[in-house]
Design a protein around this ligand. Sequence first.
Ligand code: ATP
Length: 239
Amino acid sequence: MSDTQKSKLTIPPPDKVSRPEMLRALEFSLGSSFSTNPISPPPNPLIIVISGPSGVGKDAVIKKLRQVRESLHFVVTATSRPMREGEVDGKDYYFVSKEEFLSMVERNELLEYALVYGDYKGIPKKQIREFMEKGHDIVLRVDVQGAETLRKILGNSAVFIFLVAENELELVKRLIDRKTETSEALLVRIATAREEVKHVRDFDYVVVNGEGKLDSAVKLVESIIDAEKAKVRQRRAVI
Ligand SMILES: Nc1ncnc2c1ncn2[C@@H]1O[C@H](COP(=O)(O)OP(=O)(O)OP(=O)(O)O)[C@@H](O)[C@H]1O
């Protein structure tokens, strides 16, 4: 009789013993006790880059995501653009002067920065490091140009999500209705958006933020995050 056959004999029928007795018998037969260690290690903190053309709804999606996912850290971008009505310094952006911004660049404090429509925007590195160390996932909101730079810096160590409207007309309507741009600025943004949508292939995921369907877009972003956290081969970003 083989060893396996012998050990099988020592296991009582399941209907004759309690669960603890059964566990003991199984452990005895296998020669080791059952582990309570997690089978998979905890997922790495994730960097999620959310991008898309101007007016597509990046801020709107992020605002909603902030309400439903408190564990995410939304990096506050530094910008030299003037504050819009209703915006709060330190919450929406860190509003700094052009001079202050350029000294942050000189001190190498920014992960990425760019001059966008005449204003500087950049991502403070320190904030990302601090929150990743605490185990938080990080959300970066950048324009398409910024996403391309970040891809060069971070490669596949971050997940890149491209937001689009259902079609060009809807995007233009949204920008018109927002009433935050002059006519000239509006024209530049629309012309740029036309070019930017061609860059969708550089991203990992595309999410349609359809008219009146903000909730669905946010749900899809949440599903992407969940799927990323369940990946066997996790991304590992080092800033
Ligand atoms: N799903 C949606 N349906 C209808 N309106 C929307 C939707 N998503 C966003 N909007 C509206 O469209 C306008 C543009 O959205 P938002 O300001 O979030 O865009 P953005 O991508 O952050 O733009 P920018 O890059 O210029 O800052 C806002 O007035 C916003 O309320």
